[in-house]
Ligand binder design. Structure first.
Ligand code: FES
Length: 100
């Protein structure tokens, strides 16, 4: 399901990111948060008490939107989804599971 405005909008080139192993359509120039929300995902991670967390301030101050990179052979890094531009082939893990 897409939640994007379709008419009267210009976007960058279409790319694919991987969220919890699943391919997700994104467009160059948008943030991870935009791609996640547009794909219907509202939970970006779980906190220490396993509660779902997601987009809150959308300007890099609250840290609610952290996601983990998931690049084979590399240590995971935490990124703020609201500040991180998508890149083709980027892989992240939310840990949100079916609830997210
Ligand atoms: S939503 Fe607050 S830092 Fe990203």
């Amino acid at each position: 399901m897409t939640r994007r405005i379709e008419q009267g909008v210009e976007r960058g080139s279409r790319i694919t990111i991987f969220v919890d192993g699943a391919p997700v359509a994104a467009f160059a120039g948008e943030t991870l948060a935009t791609a996640l929300i547009a794909s219907g995902r509202i939970a970006f991670r779980r906190d220490g008490r396993a509660a779902l967390r997601g987009l809150f301030c959308n300007m890099g101050t609250c840290s609610e939107c952290f996601v983990q990179t998931a690049v084979p052979g590399r240590a995971p890094r935490r990124l703020r989804a609201c500040l991180t531009p998508v890149a083709d082939g980027m892989a992240i893990e939310t840990g949100a599971g079916p609830d997210g």
